[in-house]
Write a protein of this length. Structure first.
Length: 250
């Protein structure tokens, strides 16, 4: 991960704002090659302060491509824990592609799909559960699915798994002590406590499985067919279930 990656971070199409993101050791230097505080230059030569918004213009060979906002975020206090720059321009396919091509020509590499999140994971900025939650937030198709993914993204699941791991390590250490030092073996009450601790972890695992099955329904939805004879209220039932007029009632 010694190179610098760049990509358009917002969907293609016409709109108000489009975002180009860079991450890597040369992100700030590459951005400075094209950024000016005025339309006619010169290029910005000062120190880009982290987490500040700079208004200016993106220039290519002295020609203005677009009026932009430039936001530098120095690592490790960024999404990837690397130096990150976000360039906010007007959202249009041509202008965003032209800005991206300039960044690539200056030494950045086109990011692979999901590479920003992968770098955040490899740099220990987020763990695997949070990386999965990011994808679930993006793909959420309901408020319930979004709420579930947002909770996981805070690190709650990681904390719960860590607690279970620590509990099992404690039980394992007690068992190893009883084997290595049989004369100092724990009393029967201690054995019962270890069994209870293991049962507690098993119960939490079962709860995780139940929550996973529930999450699958939230993320993927349920495919079903409402069948019946004509004019028995199928469309009305569907509209009532959805709390809106989705199906036309004739």
């Amino acid at each position: 991960m010694n190179d610098t990656i760049a990509a358009i971070a917002t969907p293609f199409g016409s709109g108000g704002i489009g975002v180009i993101r860079m991450s890597g050791p040369d992100a700030l230097a590459i951005a400075a090659q094209f950024f000016s505080r005025t339309r006619t230059g010169p290029l910005f030569t000062g120190n880009l302060k982290t987490h500040q918004v700079y208004h200016g213009y993106f220039l290519d060979s002295g020609e203005v491509i677009d009026e932009v906002l430039l936001i530098p975020m120095r690592g490790p206090k960024s999404y990837t824990a690397e130096d990150v720059v976000e360039i906010q321009a007007h959202s249009g396919t041509v202008v965003l592609k032209q800005i991206l091509e300039c960044l690539l020509s200056a030494g950045a590499r086109l990011a692979d799909p999901g590479e920003f999140t992968r770098r955040a994971f490899l740099n220990q900025r987020i763990d695997l559960t949070q990386a999965e939650a990011v994808a679930d937030i993006i793909n959420a198709r309901s408020t319930a699915a979004l709420k579930f993914a947002a909770a996981q993204n805070t690190g709650v699941l990681k904390q719960q798994i860590q607690e279970m791991r620590n509990q099992l390590i404690q039980v394992l250490s007690q068992v190893e002590v009883s084997i290595d030092f049989p004369d100092d073996a724990p009393q029967e009450t201690d054995t019962s406590q270890r069994t209870a601790d293991i049962d507690s972890v098993m119960d939490r695992c079962r709860e995780f499985i139940r929550q996973y099955e529930e999450a699958c329904f939230l993320k993927q939805g349920i495919c079903l067919a409402i069948c019946g004879k004509p004019n028995v209220g199928k469309s009305s039932l569907m509209n009532r279930l959805l709390s809106r007029e989705k199906s036309i009632v004739t």
